[in-house]
Design a protein around this ligand. Structure first.
Ligand SMILES: C[S@@+](CC[C@H](N)C(=O)[O-])C[C@H]1O[C@@H](n2cnc3c(N)ncnc32)[C@H](O)[C@@H]1O
Ligand SMILES: [Zn+2]
Length: 949
């Protein structure tokens, strides 16, 4: 159905590595994010480079080369050697960035591209090219799940007619604020500030008595701990996992609990901590909570997590204020102090006030539904949204809202309707920012030190200690948030959009039912929810209940239900199937089907609104084959054929390695066109299979030639795109008995082909000839580049080598489970202690080092490591000689494999290296290239990147 003459840039190659590098630049600079990122908490925000690439490459013709595209995207290095392409320049600069002398900006020769908006002449040039491609018109771009708005923002900045749709009212308000209210002639920055100041000063007056200050002191933050009574000795135990206040300056500062027999109250001292605190008698890292268990600092009785949660659920707890962080008027520096009577009294007074005030005590009583993420709240005794606040926090937020209501009428009286609406909505965003920093779940960040916000992740992570932000304080409270929202967000986004006259529209509703006419959209750029990763609506309710108070008379359509709409949300949420699962259909499977059904109907709708020769580009960031399978089925059902795919690195490799995860998030851009809905003749799987293998390997080679830094898992994912191209083009695919083949079969084939290629390139071939169990163990290290990885991925790998992953655990003890993941066992977990008599050895360890034969090559190598470790080189030589290790190809291949795949700081790697050296090494006589041992000091950098193997 698609117009074969028209090919888009995204269907050709795109400079993925350059985009990855620029993404890293944007992500690493926490101080200077694009302005819309400060508007509101929303989940999974997209960085500018990938959003801009997805929009531009989807609509520009494939005749545009990489340099032109990058130039138009804002990569305009002033210091480029004309012999180099822009992509080469950026890669070179990335490689030398640590040795640069000037600023990062000077080094690269251009500012971060989010700052770049095309000039009028450049926009004309781009529009010319677009009009030639799109029959004389500019293409209309739709993002139907627009969230925080990164994609439509880029589309408008390049002057394209844009439609942004979103289901959830919370980001929908943000979309209106960013994409509509900023695009007027009148600049309202000063007005937002004026009215915000009015609210702040009225609220401040009323709240002052509850936040007393000493002279010369501006209190920024109150540090609290939840507190329970010790069941044994009656001590009122403040709960915290550590007592750090500030770890920034040398050793740092902490509070030190003082416990005695006379009083049940725990007092604190603020103490300086020397750098060698580990050896000091008090270590602030030892709080009263460790691994969710409380230990009473007086009688040392412990209370398990369940008992603690029970206390929270039964309201059998209170709060203890233990430190205050303040700023001085004179010196400007920040200090900590102990709270005094006045501070305690004020908190008490606020509590009494909040409890007795009819409005406050009946405010925010919406129940928290139990869901996948909100169950955590129930466990901690929070069943209504008001429970997420201490009484004083509730009083504060309530008072600010009341003052907002007071000025609302005055604003309506003074401004035309649209302007009044803009000012009020922006003031609501200030309130939401305050909510993020002021709840029982906001945390203290001692590493800075500063207040941390509650939604650092995409969940309701409970912490025993928390902070209260003083909103009425000058310079750091509401006024700071106000200037951030008014100047940085409103003003900043205005600046970004100032140059654009593109028509744009914000819709709120289900992406599967849009009020757009058939065929009216030319390019869909979609960043949909990823399976079960984020429960947007469950999390969004925290803001929704407040936003409804603020805005229900202003944007009534968004706020006509008690909580956010969850039925239509396209996520795989197991908790929605509580009680309806059966033996045949688990909650997980029901949730998967529901997600597939919803994505199919969203794709159906994309098919309907898309112009017959339009393009549909989707971003997808999921590693599990299951999610891909689901998504592909949905795409096929809706009538799309995949025509291109590009993996883009969206996370900093180094950070990922430090966080101990097995791979970075790379996003796949998957482009599709409309297929003729007439079912064509089936194609035989045998034919498709060959093509799949070849194209998968081709893709990896292409990425290698671009010096893309992907982990192996990402390389495999990258092969999914071409696989789906072949699969959807040949759909339906059948085997020789006529049975339809699922996309999953093709994806597994591609995965296998890439794995084979990578092994051939980077691992010793001999590893293919060892026993399958050993092969699995070595390949798991090789592929996942980490000791821990998802069970399902390990299972697939086992199927690939013809093994059962569960028996590798039960019978061979090659791995153990941790929170559903696989953790590979090192030699120490598998080999019995040779220094102990047989009857005293651990029966849980399967490998007997005294044995002369072993059931797997890995067992033999692990046993040799143990002998070397326990008895030294000479004994190891004897042991190996008795067991013919020197002439045992499996032993040699396994040892070599482990040397190649284990991280160099792993004990097993060091032992493998020892075995390969000296006398034992002479016996083995492995022919290894020295690169295996080089650059040990750079290990951390090495592990993430294929190029270093
Ligand atoms: C991955 S996020 C988009 C993030 C966005 N690109 C950004 O940069 O902020 C996916 C969004 O889809 C929304 N969503 C979920 N189900 C939807 C549906 N049925 N219709 C429209 N939007 C939906 C979620 O609320 C969420 O905001
Ligand atoms: Zn006790």
């Amino acid at each position: 159905m698609s117009d074969n003459n028209r090919q888009f840039k995204i269907q050709d190659t795109v400079p993925v590595r350059t985009i990855g590098i620029e993404t890293e630049r944007e992500n690493l600079d926490f101080q200077h994010r694009p302005p819309h990122r400060y508007a509101h908490v929303w989940f999974a925000p997209r960085p500018t480079p990938v959003s801009r690439l997805a929009v531009l490459a989807s609509v520009l013709p494939d005749s545009i080369d990489d340099d032109t595209l990058l130039n138009w995207m804002g990569f305009k290095p002033s210091n480029r050697n004309p012999d180099n392409s822009i992509a080469e320049h950026v890669r070179n600069k990335r490689q030398t960035k640590d040795q640069r002398s000037g600023s990062e900006h000077e080094h690269y020769g251009y500012r971060k591209i989010w700052r770049y908006t095309p000039s009028d002449t450049e926009k004309d040039e781009i529009h010319n090219s677009l009009e030639n491609t799109w029959d004389g018109e500019l293409p209309t771009v739709l993002d139907a799940t627009a969230g925080g708005g990164s994609i439509p923002l880029e589309s408008i900045r390049y002057g394209l007619p844009t439609i942004a749709n979103e289901l959830n009212p919370v980001p929908s308000v943000v979309l209106k604020a960013l994409l509509e209210y900023t695009r007027t002639d009148v600049d309202l920055t000063d007005d937002i500030i004026k009215w915000g100041n009015e609210i702040d000063s009225r609220a401040g007056e009323e709240l002052q008595e509850f936040f007393p200050e000493r002279d010369n002191e501006k209190i920024q933050t109150y540090l609290f701990a939840h507190r329970v009574t010790c069941p044994d000795c009656g001590l009122k135990v403040p709960l915290a996992s550590n007592w750090w206040l500030d770890r920034n300056r040398g050793g740092g500062k902490a509070v030190r609990p003082k416990v005695n027999d006379e009083s049940d109250y725990v007092d604190f001292d603020i103490v300086d901590i020397p750098e060698d605190v580990e050896r000091d008698e008090f270590n602030p890292t030892d709080g009263t909570i460790s691994y969710s268990k409380m230990t009473c600092p007086r009688c040392h009785v412990t209370l398990g997590s369940d008992s603690l949660k029970e206390k929270l659920q039964e309201d059998d707890f209170d709060y203890q204020l233990y430190a205050i962080y303040y700023d001085t008027y004179t010196s400007g520096g920040c200090e900590f102090r102990k709270p005094d009577e006045k501070d305690f009294e004020a908190f008490e007074k606020a509590t009494e006030f909040a409890d007795s005030d009819v409005d406050i005590s009946t405010s925010l009583t919406e129940s928290i539904p139990s869901g996948e993420k909100t169950t955590e709240l129930h466990r901690n005794g929070m069943t209504e949204w008001r429970d997420l606040f201490t009484p004083r926090q509730l009083l504060t937020h309530h008072t600010y809202w009341q003052k907002f209501e007071e000025v609302k009428q005055e604003i309506h009286d003074e401004y035309p309707e649209q302007q009044a609406e803009s000012i009020l909505v922006y003031l609501c965003l200030v309130a939401d920012k305050a909510l993020d920093y002021n709840s029982r779940m906001a945390q203290w960040d001692a590493s800075q030190p500063k207040i941390g916000h509650m939604f650092a992740g995409s969940d309701f992570a409970f912490s025993w200690s928390f902070v209260e932000h003083n909103l009425i304080v000058e310079d750091h409270g509401y006024d700071w948030m106000l200037s951030n929202i008014a100047e940085d967000v409103y003003g900043g986004v205005r600046d970004l959009l100032e140059n654009s006259d593109a028509p744009s529209e914000v819709l709120q509703g289900d992406a599967s039912d849009l009020s757009i006419d058939d065929g009216d959209v030319d390019a869909v750029v979609l960043d949909p929810p990823y399976y079960g990763m984020i429960m947007y609506a469950e999390l969004g309710d925290y803001f929704y209940v407040w936003m409804k108070k603020y805005l229900k008379d202003i944007i009534p359509d968004f706020f006509n239900s008690t909580l956010t709409e969850k039925e239509d949300e396209a996520v795989a949420n197991k908790s929605r199937f509580e009680g309806v699962e059966s033996d045949e259909l688990s909650k997980k499977e029901l949730a998967r089907r529901e997600y597939e059904r919803k994505m199919t109907s969203i794709f159906d709708e994309m098919y309907r609104v898309l112009n017959p020769s339009g393009i549909f580009t989707m971003m997808f960031t999921h590693k599990e084959t299951e999610a891909w399978d689901t998504l592909t089925k949905a795409l096929i059902e809706s009538g799309f054929v995949v025509t291109a795919s590009h993996p883009v690195n969206t996370e900093n490799q180094h950070r990922v390695q430090q966080a101990g995860r097995n791979s970075a998030d790379s996003t796949i851009l998957l482009s599709s066109e409309k297929r003729d809905l007439q079912r064509s003749e089936p194609t035989l799987w045998e034919e498709v299979k060959k093509d799949t293998q070849a194209r998968a390997q081709e893709k990896v080679k292409q990425l290698e030639s671009q010096e893309a830094e992907f982990t192996k898992v990402d390389m495999m994912l990258a092969s999914f795109g071409p696989t789906l191209e072949i699969f959807t083009k040949n759909y339906p695919v059948v085997d020789d008995t006529g049975e339809e083949v699922s996309p999953q079969t093709a994806l597994d084939e591609a995965r296998g082909a890439v794995r084979d290629y990578l092994i051939e390139q980077y691992l010793n071939e001999g590893i293919r000839d060892v026993d399958a169990k050993t092969e699995w163990y070595v390949l798991a290290w090789f592929v996942f580049e980490a000791q821990r990885f998802p069970y399902d991925e390990g299972r697939r790998l086992a199927v690939g080598v013809g093994e059962n992953v569960d028996s590798l655990k039960k019978e061979n003890r090659m791995w153990r489970t941790k929170s559903g993941d696989i953790v590979l066992r090192p030699h120490g977990d598998r080999v019995q202690d040779v220094n102990k008599a047989s009857e005293n050895r651990s029966g849980r360890k399967p490998v007997d080092p005294d044995s002369l034969s072993f059931s797997t090559a890995l067992d033999k190598v692990h046993a040799a490591m143990h002998i070397y470790d326990a008895k030294g080189a000479t004994e190891a030589w004897n042991w190996m000689n008795d067991r013919n290790c020197g002439s045992d190809p499996s032993f040699r291949a396994t040892l070599e494999g482990l040397l190649r795949v284990l991280p160099h700081d792993h004990d097993d790697w060091k032992l493998a290296r020892d075995l390969e050296a000296g006398e034992t090494g002479e016996m083995l006589d492995l022919d290894l290239d020295s690169s295996i041992f080089n650059n040990d000091e750079d290990d951390e950098d090495r592990q993430g990147s294929l190029n270093d193997f």
